[in-house]
Design a protein around this ligand. Structure first.
Ligand SMILES: [Zn+2]
Length: 52
């Protein structure tokens, strides 16, 4: 099935640097330190399979 956005967006936590997937509503809470991330707070990085 086709996916409109094949690049999984990730947040890089501004507090601890942990990277985790952006939630469906565009924000997410860092599972490591509990920092509440939104696009204005944490850096959004597009994870691709060309990382390595
Ligand atoms: Zn964190």
């Amino acid at each position: 099935m086709p996916k409109p956005d094949n690049a999984q967006k990730m947040y890089k936590c501004a507090r601890c640097g942990h990277m985790f997937p952006v939630g469906p509503d565009g924000r997410a809470t860092c599972p490591k330190c509990g920092h509440d991330c939104s696009p204005s707070k944490c850096q959004v990085v597009g994870a691709s399979n060309e990382d390595y």
